[in-house]
Design a protein around this ligand. Structure first.
Ligand code: HSE
Length: 324
Protein backbone atom coordinates (compact mmCIF):
# COMPACT_ATOMS: atom_id res chain seq x y z
CA UNK A 1 0.00 0.00 0.00
CA UNK A 2 1.16 3.53 -0.66
CA UNK A 3 -0.10 6.62 1.08
CA UNK A 4 0.21 10.14 -0.34
CA UNK A 5 -0.74 13.50 1.13
CA UNK A 6 -1.38 16.42 -1.17
CA UNK A 7 -2.07 20.05 -0.20
CA UNK A 8 -4.83 22.48 -1.08
CA UNK A 9 -3.72 25.37 -3.26
CA UNK A 10 -4.79 28.89 -4.10
CA UNK A 11 -4.15 30.02 -7.67
CA UNK A 12 -3.75 33.47 -9.24
CA UNK A 13 -3.23 35.35 -5.91
CA UNK A 14 -4.88 38.32 -7.61
CA UNK A 15 -2.91 39.40 -10.66
CA UNK A 16 -1.07 36.20 -11.59
CA UNK A 17 -3.85 34.63 -13.63
CA UNK A 18 -2.92 31.06 -14.67
CA UNK A 19 0.62 31.77 -13.39
CA UNK A 20 0.97 32.12 -9.61
CA UNK A 21 -0.08 29.72 -6.88
CA UNK A 22 0.61 28.78 -3.30
CA UNK A 23 0.25 25.51 -1.39
CA UNK A 24 -1.87 25.55 1.77
CA UNK A 25 -1.46 23.37 4.84
CA UNK A 26 -4.74 21.49 4.39
CA UNK A 27 -4.22 18.01 2.97
CA UNK A 28 -6.09 15.20 1.34
CA UNK A 29 -4.69 11.74 1.98
CA UNK A 30 -4.86 9.05 -0.68
CA UNK A 31 -4.10 5.39 -0.12
CA UNK A 32 -3.67 3.05 -3.06
CA UNK A 33 -3.13 -0.68 -3.19
CA UNK A 34 -3.59 -3.69 -5.39
CA UNK A 35 -6.25 -6.08 -4.16
CA UNK A 36 -5.66 -9.17 -6.32
CA UNK A 37 -9.32 -9.02 -7.38
CA UNK A 38 -9.92 -7.70 -10.85
CA UNK A 39 -11.95 -4.64 -9.88
CA UNK A 40 -11.62 -0.99 -8.93
CA UNK A 41 -12.94 -0.02 -5.50
CA UNK A 42 -12.97 3.60 -4.38
CA UNK A 43 -13.79 4.68 -0.83
CA UNK A 44 -14.16 8.38 -0.05
CA UNK A 45 -14.35 9.97 3.39
CA UNK A 46 -15.11 13.67 3.83
CA UNK A 47 -16.06 16.18 1.12
CA UNK A 48 -17.31 14.37 -2.01
CA UNK A 49 -18.24 11.16 -0.18
CA UNK A 50 -21.15 9.55 -1.99
CA UNK A 51 -20.37 11.32 -5.26
CA UNK A 52 -16.78 10.36 -6.07
CA UNK A 53 -16.87 6.57 -5.70
CA UNK A 54 -17.71 6.00 -9.37
CA UNK A 55 -14.36 5.29 -11.11
CA UNK A 56 -15.61 6.97 -14.29
CA UNK A 57 -15.93 10.28 -12.45
CA UNK A 58 -13.11 9.95 -9.97
CA UNK A 59 -10.15 12.19 -10.84
CA UNK A 60 -7.71 10.30 -8.60
CA UNK A 61 -8.42 7.09 -10.49
CA UNK A 62 -8.46 8.75 -13.90
CA UNK A 63 -5.04 10.32 -13.24
CA UNK A 64 -3.66 7.06 -11.81
CA UNK A 65 -4.75 5.17 -14.94
CA UNK A 66 -2.63 7.48 -17.09
CA UNK A 67 0.45 6.67 -15.00
CA UNK A 68 -0.22 2.92 -15.28
CA UNK A 69 -0.63 3.27 -19.06
CA UNK A 70 2.53 5.38 -19.40
CA UNK A 71 4.57 2.88 -17.41
CA UNK A 72 2.98 -0.16 -19.08
CA UNK A 73 1.85 -1.49 -15.70
CA UNK A 74 -1.40 -3.40 -15.25
CA UNK A 75 -2.47 -3.28 -11.58
CA UNK A 76 -4.00 -6.47 -10.28
CA UNK A 77 -7.21 -4.95 -8.91
CA UNK A 78 -7.11 -1.52 -7.32
CA UNK A 79 -8.31 -0.05 -4.02
CA UNK A 80 -8.26 3.73 -3.62
CA UNK A 81 -9.09 5.29 -0.25
CA UNK A 82 -9.44 9.08 -0.12
CA UNK A 83 -9.66 11.22 3.00
CA UNK A 84 -10.84 14.51 1.56
CA UNK A 85 -10.24 17.61 3.69
CA UNK A 86 -10.09 20.12 0.83
CA UNK A 87 -13.54 21.56 0.08
CA UNK A 88 -14.72 20.64 -3.42
CA UNK A 89 -15.29 23.32 -6.09
CA UNK A 90 -14.54 26.22 -3.74
CA UNK A 91 -11.37 27.58 -5.41
CA UNK A 92 -8.96 25.67 -3.17
CA UNK A 93 -7.47 23.35 -5.74
CA UNK A 94 -9.57 20.26 -5.03
CA UNK A 95 -9.27 18.99 -8.61
CA UNK A 96 -5.52 19.70 -8.72
CA UNK A 97 -5.12 17.77 -5.45
CA UNK A 98 -7.06 14.81 -6.89
CA UNK A 99 -5.02 14.81 -10.11
CA UNK A 100 -1.64 15.21 -8.40
CA UNK A 101 -2.58 12.73 -5.67
CA UNK A 102 -3.61 10.13 -8.25
CA UNK A 103 -0.47 10.59 -10.34
CA UNK A 104 1.92 10.50 -7.38
CA UNK A 105 0.21 7.55 -5.67
CA UNK A 106 0.11 5.46 -8.85
CA UNK A 107 3.73 6.29 -9.58
CA UNK A 108 4.77 5.27 -6.06
CA UNK A 109 2.76 2.05 -6.32
CA UNK A 110 4.48 1.07 -9.57
CA UNK A 111 7.88 2.00 -8.10
CA UNK A 112 7.16 -0.17 -5.09
CA UNK A 113 5.94 -3.16 -7.12
CA UNK A 114 8.61 -3.09 -9.82
CA UNK A 115 11.56 -1.46 -8.07
CA UNK A 116 11.83 0.73 -11.19
CA UNK A 117 12.42 4.49 -11.22
CA UNK A 118 8.86 5.40 -12.26
CA UNK A 119 8.16 8.83 -13.72
CA UNK A 120 10.18 11.85 -12.62
CA UNK A 121 8.57 14.98 -11.21
CA UNK A 122 8.87 16.88 -14.51
CA UNK A 123 6.88 14.18 -16.28
CA UNK A 124 4.31 14.09 -13.46
CA UNK A 125 3.94 17.87 -13.70
CA UNK A 126 3.54 17.71 -17.50
CA UNK A 127 0.80 15.11 -17.09
CA UNK A 128 -0.93 17.09 -14.33
CA UNK A 129 -0.98 20.27 -16.43
CA UNK A 130 -2.29 18.35 -19.45
CA UNK A 131 -5.20 17.02 -17.38
CA UNK A 132 -5.98 20.25 -15.49
CA UNK A 133 -5.48 22.58 -18.48
CA UNK A 134 -3.48 25.22 -16.62
CA UNK A 135 -0.49 24.95 -14.30
CA UNK A 136 -1.14 27.33 -11.42
CA UNK A 137 -2.81 24.86 -9.01
CA UNK A 138 -1.06 21.63 -9.96
CA UNK A 139 2.46 23.09 -9.62
CA UNK A 140 2.17 24.05 -5.94
CA UNK A 141 0.10 20.90 -5.24
CA UNK A 142 3.00 18.80 -6.52
CA UNK A 143 5.93 20.89 -5.35
CA UNK A 144 4.75 23.07 -2.46
CA UNK A 145 5.59 26.67 -1.62
CA UNK A 146 4.80 29.73 -3.67
CA UNK A 147 5.13 28.93 -7.36
CA UNK A 148 5.47 30.72 -10.68
CA UNK A 149 4.49 28.58 -13.68
CA UNK A 150 4.92 29.24 -17.38
CA UNK A 151 3.80 27.12 -20.33
CA UNK A 152 6.38 26.97 -23.12
CA UNK A 153 5.19 25.38 -26.36
CA UNK A 154 8.48 23.52 -26.81
CA UNK A 155 9.56 22.77 -23.25
CA UNK A 156 6.16 22.37 -21.58
CA UNK A 157 5.60 23.68 -18.05
CA UNK A 158 8.48 25.65 -16.54
CA UNK A 159 8.34 26.70 -12.91
CA UNK A 160 10.17 28.26 -10.01
CA UNK A 161 9.14 27.98 -6.43
CA UNK A 162 9.94 30.07 -3.37
CA UNK A 163 9.46 29.29 0.27
CA UNK A 164 6.52 31.39 1.45
CA UNK A 165 7.58 34.29 3.71
CA UNK A 166 7.73 33.12 7.32
CA UNK A 167 4.81 33.99 9.57
CA UNK A 168 2.33 34.45 6.73
CA UNK A 169 -0.93 32.55 7.00
CA UNK A 170 -3.97 32.28 4.77
CA UNK A 171 -7.59 32.92 5.71
CA UNK A 172 -9.89 31.42 3.10
CA UNK A 173 -13.56 32.33 3.35
CA UNK A 174 -16.00 30.16 1.40
CA UNK A 175 -19.44 31.51 0.59
CA UNK A 176 -22.25 29.06 0.00
CA UNK A 177 -22.98 30.45 -3.48
CA UNK A 178 -23.19 27.82 -6.19
CA UNK A 179 -21.63 28.54 -9.53
CA UNK A 180 -23.75 26.66 -12.03
CA UNK A 181 -22.36 23.86 -14.19
CA UNK A 182 -18.69 23.00 -14.14
CA UNK A 183 -17.41 25.69 -11.80
CA UNK A 184 -14.06 26.59 -13.33
CA UNK A 185 -15.41 26.47 -16.89
CA UNK A 186 -18.25 28.73 -15.87
CA UNK A 187 -16.02 31.26 -14.18
CA UNK A 188 -13.57 31.25 -17.09
CA UNK A 189 -16.52 31.74 -19.44
CA UNK A 190 -17.24 35.23 -18.07
CA UNK A 191 -13.76 36.52 -18.96
CA UNK A 192 -13.31 38.73 -22.01
CA UNK A 193 -11.30 37.52 -25.01
CA UNK A 194 -9.41 40.82 -25.11
CA UNK A 195 -8.31 43.34 -22.49
CA UNK A 196 -6.95 46.86 -22.75
CA UNK A 197 -3.22 47.56 -22.81
CA UNK A 198 -3.77 49.66 -19.68
CA UNK A 199 -5.21 46.70 -17.76
CA UNK A 200 -2.52 44.36 -19.07
CA UNK A 201 0.19 46.74 -17.86
CA UNK A 202 -1.58 47.14 -14.50
CA UNK A 203 -1.41 43.35 -14.02
CA UNK A 204 2.19 43.13 -15.25
CA UNK A 205 3.19 45.67 -12.57
CA UNK A 206 1.36 43.83 -9.82
CA UNK A 207 2.47 40.34 -10.80
CA UNK A 208 6.12 41.34 -10.96
CA UNK A 209 5.80 43.24 -7.68
CA UNK A 210 4.12 40.25 -6.01
CA UNK A 211 6.84 37.79 -7.05
CA UNK A 212 9.58 40.18 -5.94
CA UNK A 213 7.76 40.92 -2.67
CA UNK A 214 7.46 37.20 -1.87
CA UNK A 215 11.10 36.58 -2.80
CA UNK A 216 12.26 39.41 -0.52
CA UNK A 217 9.74 38.93 2.28
CA UNK A 218 8.24 42.41 1.67
CA UNK A 219 4.79 41.57 2.97
CA UNK A 220 4.04 45.30 3.29
CA UNK A 221 3.69 45.36 -0.53
CA UNK A 222 1.07 42.60 -0.75
CA UNK A 223 -1.90 44.95 -0.55
CA UNK A 224 -1.02 46.61 -3.86
CA UNK A 225 0.73 43.58 -5.34
CA UNK A 226 -2.41 41.41 -5.09
CA UNK A 227 -4.60 43.82 -7.07
CA UNK A 228 -5.97 42.59 -10.38
CA UNK A 229 -7.86 43.82 -13.43
CA UNK A 230 -7.75 40.74 -15.67
CA UNK A 231 -10.24 38.38 -14.07
CA UNK A 232 -11.63 39.48 -10.71
CA UNK A 233 -13.71 42.41 -11.99
CA UNK A 234 -15.56 40.03 -14.34
CA UNK A 235 -15.92 37.24 -11.80
CA UNK A 236 -17.37 39.64 -9.22
CA UNK A 237 -20.75 39.07 -10.87
CA UNK A 238 -20.55 35.38 -9.84
CA UNK A 239 -19.52 36.10 -6.25
CA UNK A 240 -22.01 38.48 -4.62
CA UNK A 241 -20.27 40.76 -2.12
CA UNK A 242 -16.74 40.06 -3.43
CA UNK A 243 -15.62 43.69 -3.33
CA UNK A 244 -17.00 44.36 0.13
CA UNK A 245 -15.34 41.16 1.39
CA UNK A 246 -12.02 42.46 0.03
CA UNK A 247 -12.53 45.78 1.82
CA UNK A 248 -13.55 44.06 5.05
CA UNK A 249 -10.42 41.88 4.99
CA UNK A 250 -8.09 44.83 4.46
CA UNK A 251 -9.84 46.98 7.09
CA UNK A 252 -9.50 44.12 9.60
CA UNK A 253 -5.74 43.90 9.05
CA UNK A 254 -5.15 41.56 6.11
CA UNK A 255 -1.93 42.23 4.22
CA UNK A 256 -3.50 41.40 0.86
CA UNK A 257 -6.66 39.81 -0.50
CA UNK A 258 -7.82 38.12 -3.72
CA UNK A 259 -10.30 35.70 -5.18
CA UNK A 260 -8.94 32.20 -4.52
CA UNK A 261 -8.43 30.61 -7.94
CA UNK A 262 -11.61 30.89 -9.97
CA UNK A 263 -13.60 31.54 -6.76
CA UNK A 264 -16.03 31.66 -5.15
CA UNK A 265 -13.76 31.66 -2.05
CA UNK A 266 -11.68 34.69 -1.12
CA UNK A 267 -8.17 34.36 0.29
CA UNK A 268 -6.57 36.91 2.62
CA UNK A 269 -2.94 36.73 3.68
CA UNK A 270 -2.32 37.69 7.29
CA UNK A 271 0.70 38.02 9.55
CA UNK A 272 -0.96 38.83 12.86
CA UNK A 273 -4.18 37.54 14.31
CA UNK A 274 -6.31 35.82 11.68
CA UNK A 275 -9.57 35.74 13.58
CA UNK A 276 -10.71 39.36 13.14
CA UNK A 277 -10.02 39.08 9.41
CA UNK A 278 -11.97 35.83 9.12
CA UNK A 279 -14.92 37.26 11.10
CA UNK A 280 -14.99 40.48 9.08
CA UNK A 281 -14.96 38.57 5.78
CA UNK A 282 -17.68 36.15 6.90
CA UNK A 283 -19.81 39.10 8.03
CA UNK A 284 -19.34 40.87 4.68
CA UNK A 285 -20.48 37.77 2.80
CA UNK A 286 -23.41 37.46 5.16
CA UNK A 287 -24.33 41.08 4.51
CA UNK A 288 -24.33 40.30 0.79
CA UNK A 289 -26.70 37.39 1.37
CA UNK A 290 -24.38 34.35 1.52
CA UNK A 291 -23.58 32.23 4.51
CA UNK A 292 -19.85 31.66 4.59
CA UNK A 293 -17.33 29.69 6.59
CA UNK A 294 -13.64 30.24 6.96
CA UNK A 295 -10.47 28.19 7.29
CA UNK A 296 -7.16 29.55 8.56
CA UNK A 297 -4.08 27.71 7.37
CA UNK A 298 -0.32 27.97 7.23
CA UNK A 299 1.20 28.20 3.79
CA UNK A 300 2.66 24.79 2.94
CA UNK A 301 6.35 24.55 2.18
CA UNK A 302 5.99 20.99 0.88
CA UNK A 303 3.78 19.68 -1.88
CA UNK A 304 2.71 16.07 -2.44
CA UNK A 305 4.41 13.67 -0.05
CA UNK A 306 4.70 9.93 -0.32
CA UNK A 307 4.09 8.88 3.28
CA UNK A 308 4.73 5.18 2.89
CA UNK A 309 5.99 3.73 -0.33
CA UNK A 310 9.27 2.83 -1.86
CA UNK A 311 11.70 3.57 0.95
CA UNK A 312 11.83 6.68 3.05
CA UNK A 313 9.17 9.31 3.42
CA UNK A 314 9.82 11.76 0.66
CA UNK A 315 8.92 15.19 -0.60
CA UNK A 316 8.35 15.27 -4.37
CA UNK A 317 11.22 17.65 -4.93
CA UNK A 318 14.75 17.36 -3.64
CA UNK A 319 15.39 20.53 -1.78
CA UNK A 320 17.68 22.97 -3.54
CA UNK A 321 20.35 24.47 -1.26
CA UNK A 322 18.54 27.82 -0.86
CA UNK A 323 15.34 26.09 0.26
CA UNK A 324 15.54 26.84 3.98
N1 HSE B 1 -6.16 30.15 -13.05
C1 HSE B 1 -7.38 29.41 -12.95
C2 HSE B 1 -8.54 30.36 -13.13
C3 HSE B 1 -7.44 28.77 -11.60
O1 HSE B 1 -8.50 31.43 -12.55
O2 HSE B 1 -9.47 30.05 -13.88
C4 HSE B 1 -8.69 27.98 -11.36
O3 HSE B 1 -8.58 26.67 -11.70
Amino acid sequence: MVRVSVPATSANLGPGFDTLGVALELRNVIEMDETGIDDVVIEVEGAGAGALEDPGRNMVYQAARLVFQRLGYEPNGLLIREKVAIPVARGMGSSAAAIVGGLVAANALVQKRTGGPGLDREELLRMAVAIEGHPDNVTPALLGGFTVSCMDPDRGPLYLRFPPPRGLRAVVVMPEVQIKGRKTEQSRGVLPAQVSLRDAVYNLNRTALLVAAVAQGRTDLLRVAMQDRLHQPYRAALVPGMRSVFEAALSAGALGVALSGAGPSVIALVAESAEPVALAMEAAFQWAGSNARSLTMDLAREGARVLSGPGREQDMLDRPPHWG
